[in-house]
Write a protein that binds this ligand. Structure first.
Ligand SMILES: *[C@@H]1O[C@H](CO)[C@@H](O)[C@H](O)[C@H]1NC(C)=O
Ligand SMILES: *[C@@H]1O[C@H](CO)[C@@H](O)[C@H](O)[C@H]1NC(C)=O
Ligand SMILES: *[C@@H]1O[C@H](CO)[C@@H](O)[C@H](O)[C@H]1NC(C)=O
Length: 462
């Protein structure tokens, strides 16, 4: 089977009306035969045609499924083999899934979607997470041994917000870990952060753009990163991704040669992070991650979340230039890693074919899991799950906010949480479209959502 075949398949299953002619032909002739059969009363004819039909069915099946499934034994599929396994196999290469992962969660870059992917990956593949200790707030980001979950000094995955500290993380994540992160174009990253952290309330103005101008006026940002590195209300807002990656702002401002300081940081960062993804190419980033970490399609599925309903923009070149000037560290970081990202993509043969398949699978799974949307948390969209979606771990976990997901895992795993607190904690999670305590403890994780989403897509009018 070739990639072309797989494409036809996904197309066919996705949109039966636009299926390749070949398959429509099979379907049509089969239905014609069945119609004829209905009209004929003679038993002999009937028997003869039943034999023919069986034969044709067998042939069609041969073309349609046997072909897809037949080679499944050639690589380990954890769960019951099916359509997903067959598609996965097409893109399989000899590799072992990455067991230990450090993710540097950056601000307003789509990183919550990736954290959700890693939390699910852990739950489905029996991996442990390095978690902040209950009941601390995850907003406090200094990594500290005392804040680790009781009874778990070492784990497989770290995916929470933190001030990046490579030494700390590598000593608490099992060896042979890989480290990755994601960056976003610094101008849109700033706009998104400004809106998300509700800075418009601190700088009230008629429009979003005026509010940003007011922000510049209020703090004399011309001085930012020159006379003093200090900038009121800049936390998580300005050069936030550099800070997320452990850039030392103070060291930069104090240094004799700032350009050298920055370029040293970039050199070191290139060695520290095995992979840096780019938000502007999100799906491609996920497919690259899948290849480099030897994951399966199912592992990288996602539902859009926390997307802003009102997309505020800034148009005046002057304001944009001011933002860019202020974000210069993040811009240097972004340009450097956007270039390395594309160099890595170029090494991957067939990655765009795989991307096209992934996007179709993800769309199909999305329409299986979700039936509508409502206004959710902080002016963002929230999905309403379908009845089937509410019964599937992947669907419901994909739709669970990271913070809630992590809290539930803490309640389940942290030995410091008194068992008598559990009923009270459980009461905080009653949204049917998001994981609850009973589900985080008991729900079956083995149902393959891609198979479910594609089930019953073969339709013959018997
Ligand atoms: C999950 O992993 C732990 C060790 O990390 C092991 O003891 C346990 O048996 C595993 N469970 C399953 C269901 O594989
Ligand atoms: C990883 O290996 C190093 C040296 O081989 C060791 O010092 C360290 O404790 C190991 N870390 C973990 C988490 O096992
Ligand atoms: C990222 O790099 C690619 C390839 O060099 C380039 O085409 C693209 O414009 C860059 N993206 C941004 C947002 O700078």
């Amino acid at each position: 089977m070739t990639i072309r075949d797989v494409e036809h398949w996904v197309e066919y299953l996705d949109l039966p009306a636009k299926s390749p002619q070949q398959f429509r032909m099979y379907e049509r002739s089969l239905n014609q035969i069945l119609q004829v059969l209905r009209r004929i009363k003679c038993l002999t004819y009937g028997m003869f045609l039943i034999t023919c039909t069986t034969l044709i069915l067998y042939l069609v099946r041969d073309v349609m499924t046997v072909h897809l499934i037949s080679q499944q034994a050639s690589f380990p599929v954890r769960r019951r083999p099916g359509f997903a396994a067959a598609i996965q196999m097409e893109f399989h290469r000899e590799c072992t899934p990455q067991q230990n992962i450090i993710f540097t969660k950056t601000h307003k870059t789509g990183s919550s979607t990736i954290t959700n992917i890693l939390l699910r990956y852990g739950e489905v593949h029996n991996k442990t997470q390095l978690l902040y200790k209950y009941p601390s707030s995850t907003e406090y980001k200094k990594l500290d041994p005392e804040r680790l979950m009781t009874g778990r000094p070492t784990a497989n995955i770290f995916a929470q917000h933190a001030n990046f500290d490579h030494g700390f993380l590598t000593s608490h994540i099992y060896n042979t870990s890989k480290t990755f992160t994601i960056l976003r174009s610094p101008v849109s990253q700033f706009l998104s952060a400004f809106s998300f952290f509700e800075k418009t309330a601190l700088y009230p103005a008629e429009t979003f753009e005026e509010s940003i101008k007011l922000f510049f006026k209020s703090h004399g940002h011309d001085k930012y990163l020159t006379e003093s590195w200090f900038c009121k209300n800049c936390g998580m807002l300005v050069n936030a991704n550099s800070v997320d990656m452990g850039f030392d702002l103070e060291g930069y401002v104090m240094s004799q040669d700032r350009d050298q300081f920055l370029s040293d940081f970039l050199d070191k960062a290139s060695k520290t992070w095995d992979l840096v993804l780019i938000t502007e190419y999100f799906d491609l980033s996920l497919v690259l991650l899948k290849r480099r970490f030897c994951l399966q399609f199912e592992d990288i599925l996602y539902l859009r979340s926390l997307e802003r309903i009102k997309k505020e923009t800034v148009e005046e070149p002057y304001t944009l230039a001011k933002i860019a000037e202020m974000q210069k560290l993040d811009i240097a970081l972004y340009e450097h890693f956007n270039a390395t990202f594309w160099r890595e993509v170029e090494k991957e043969e067939g990655i765009f074919e795989e991307l096209a398949i992934f996007q179709k699978l993800n769309k199909q799974v999305q329409s299986f899991c979700v039936q509508g949307s409502r206004v959710g948390y902080q002016g963002t969209y929230a999905n309403v799950l379908s009845p089937e979606g509410r019964k599937n771990f992947q669907c419901i976990a994909m739709n669970t906010r990271c913070l809630n997901f992590i809290r539930l895992m803490e309640a389940r795993d942290d030995t410091a949480v008194p068992r008598s607190d559990i009923p009270r904690i459980a009461e905080d999670y009653t949204d049917p479209d998001s994981l609850n305590y009973n589900q985080i403890v008991h729900m079956d994780r083995t149902e393959n959502v891609i198979d479910l989403a594609y089930k019953n897509r073969f339709r013959f009018n018997f």
